[in-house]
Design a protein around this ligand. Sequence first.
Ligand SMILES: [Zn+2]
Length: 135
Amino acid sequence: MIEARSTFRSPREVLFALCKRQDWKCAYCGQEMSFDGASSLTPAIEHIIPIVRAGRSEPDNLAAACRTCNSSKGDLTAIEYRAREKLRAAEALGDMKDRLIAKAEFFEARAKCLAEEAARYAAEACGLRQIAGPL
Ligand SMILES: [Zn+2]
């Protein structure tokens, strides 16, 4: 169990714990991350549901991702990001049917994540949860 809110764990310690948990593989592309190699493969703390989308800095919402994936993902949730990457691959290589299926899956993922985001804000408004906290 990784305790991100602990007062004695720095963000760097949390990042190392996440990398160790994932065997130093990026949560999205699966490439091996390192502090010694290419800067694109330097690990970063990744919020599976971004803070700006009412995600929290808690262990079950954190992963380690390479800088390339982390910056490419932006404010998408992990589910949306994976669907978008599948859509991009279909747009580059797939036939029309593959593209339309991938597009439908992306919008389905987006709708699901936006509905969940709305529920998080509603819960926050009702005082049922705190959206964001310190790392
Ligand atoms: Zn990656």
